[in-house]
Write a new protein. Structure first.
Length: 296
């Protein structure tokens, strides 16, 4: 019956069906092509302190265009992020230190985008507001175990090879020695990652640890950045040299950064992106790696 019905179809009727079928096939092909033509996501990983501000930048980037989406990988740390960028596992790594010689040999490229104060922070409920260089050394050595109001003071260490520890050791010879000794003592609080550090500061009464001022602001953390030697950390005070402790923040890409990654970097370097960096207390850096005029 089916074969007979087909034989009885008029040629015009067959033409209509064939045209409709061709149209459906073309539509399906277009939908499949459109799906595959969608720009790939921009995967970002690296330093936890840098990723906090990247979240804000990603939101603004998404609002400015619909072609690319930022996808954040689990916190890899600076070293892990650089290796992932070299391997192509992420399109962009965020690093809180410059490349070392071994990393440069991987062929990756670093682009500085800003500088933000490195701070000692405590819970906002703690009455402590200030430290001196000597007090920092005393915290690490154990000579200072109480805040002025009598609350127990507990310093949070970072691993020996961490970029935070490198900044801590640069504060003074006394701080360097006290930090080295503290790392060898048992019973000390140790935070492996940036997020571990802020979580411990929040959780342990009287704890003080290191983080980036930008991370506190971007994540709206209930932490207080302590003044050091009477100077409050800010983009302005690192720019004028009165607060000398900060980190250079970098993007790191593979040898050939995808166009989508370059587009996001360009957005960060645009006026809209730099406004977000300034709002999170970064002293912004231009396309050539030069720090712009000091913040007011």
């Amino acid at each position: 019956m089916l074969n007979l019905a087909r034989k009885n179809l008029r040629p015009a009727r067959l033409g209509i069906l064939e045209t409709a079928l061709a149209g459906l096939l073309m539509l399906a092909a277009a939908l499949v092509a459109g799906k595959h033509a969608r720009a790939e996501d921009i995967r970002i990983g690296g330093s936890g302190s840098g990723l906090a501000t990247m979240q804000l930048l990603a939101e603004a980037f998404h609002a400015s265009q619909s072609e690319h989406r930022i996808v954040f990988e689990p916190v890899l740390g600076t070293s892990g992020g650089i290796r992932a960028a070299a391997a192509g596992s992420v399109q962009l790594a965020v690093a809180s230190r410059a490349l070392n010689e071994a990393e440069r040999s991987l062929g990756v490229i670093q682009i500085e985008y800003g500088r933000s104060p490195f701070v000692f922070a405590t819970h906002a409920g703690n009455k402590a507001t200030a430290l001196t260089t000597q007090a920092v050394a005393d915290l690490y050595s154990g000579k200072m175990d109480k805040w002025p109001d009598g609350t127990r003071a507990r310093i949070i260490l970072r691993p020996a090879g961490d970029s935070d520890t490198a900044v801590i050791r640069s504060i003074s010879p006394a701080v360097n020695q006290a930090n080295t000794e503290a790392l060898s003592r048992s019973g000390m609080l140790l935070a492996v990652t940036d997020h571990d550090s802020i979580a411990t500061i929040e959780k342990v009464p009287g704890a003080v640890g290191t983080t980036m001022l930008s991370m506190i602001i971007a994540m709206k953390l209930p932490l207080r950045a302590l003044t050091l030697n009477g100077v409050a950390p800010s983009a302005r005070t690192i720019a004028n040299g009165s607060y000398p402790h900060f980190k250079h923040m970098y993007f790191v890409t593979g040898p050939k950064a995808p166009a989508a990654a370059r587009r996001f970097i360009a957005f960060v370097q645009s006026p809209a992106g730099q406004q977000i960096l300034k709002r999170t207390e970064h002293w912004v850096v231009d396309e050539g790696g030069r720090a712009r005029d000091a913040p007011r």
